[in-house]
Design a protein around this ligand. Structure first.
Ligand code: CTP
Ligand code: CA
Length: 227
């Protein structure tokens, strides 16, 4: 812990949070995006500030204001986000709340023009780096690495698989099927999936999910140090 830091359960800790969608350029004027609003990630960053942490928020394009008290790095694409995360580590806790695009387009340098009688363009996609998996396998791995799993079915099973595949300590699983209304909405139904089991939280505001998650992470860090 750093001396002279703000008071709170995460006093002296550095927390890095990714939030929002990424935009993947098709050409200079077009992009592929997703429906992430950034509300949950930004709420987590704010909760970590409130808990006394030094917080770096790496945000994709969102319409939300910057949470007070964070260092905010704005990025567009998954590759930008990846590079920004690498630059701001080390950290005690990494929370990957961003909806990172899985693929990018081999973008055209010039605007793609619609020509009379020409066929519609086709795009080939290239896989983006996995930020969460890379952070959790880095030599300077944060002590706690937390991911999200946005699923439309078999929520818990997919989250467990992601926990193992990406070597995370915790996965927050959400049902993002239309009925659950998580994307863009103000509430969230979270399932905490760890190696020791699953804990399902009742539906609550994204701020409440953020506060409870941060309290839990502070507790896990304290216990692991006491041990
Ligand atoms: N993630 C990441 N980098 C990527 C893709 C995902 O860091 N290129 C992170 C997300 O921020 C999230 C977690 O990985 O914390 C899970 O993202 P998700 O899209 O649910 O998982 P994927 O492995 O991409 O699987 P799929 O989209 O097929 O469900
Ligand atoms: Ca994905």
């Amino acid at each position: 812990r750093l001396p002279g830091a703000a008071k709170g359960p995460l006093s002296g800790r550095h927390v890095v949070v990714t939030s929002g969608p990424t935009h993947e350029a098709i050409d200079p004027v077009r992009y592929i995006a997703n429906r992430s609003s950034g509300k949950q990630g930004h709420a987590i960053a704010a909760a970590a500030v409130a808990a006394g942490a030094r917080v770096t928020l790496i945000s994709g394009p969102v319409t939300l204001p910057d949470p007070a008290g964070c260092d905010v790095v704005r990025v567009e694409s998954a590759r930008d986000m990846f590079a920004a995360v690498a630059r701001v580590l080390p950290a005690d806790i990494f929370i990957g709340a961003a909806a990172v695009a899985d693929w990018r387009v081999e973008a055209a340098a010039d605007k793609i023009k619609k020509r009379q009688g020409a066929a519609a363009p086709t795009f080939s996609l290239v896989e983006n780096p996995d930020i969460l998996a890379t952070v959790s396998r880095a030599s300077n791995r944060p002590r706690l690495v937390v991911g999200f799993a946005a699923e439309t079915r078999d929520v818990i099973a997919h989250a467990k698989e992601k926990l193992l595949r990406k070597d995370c300590d915790l996965i927050i699983a959400n049902d993002v099927s239309e009925a659950a209304g998580v994307f863009g909405g103000d509430a969230n139904e979270a399932h905490l999936v760890s190696r020791s089991g699953v804990e399902s939280w009742p539906r609550m505001s994204k701020e409440a999910v953020a506060a409870q998650l941060i309290a839990r992470l502070a507790d896990i860090l304290d216990r692991s140090e006491a041990a």
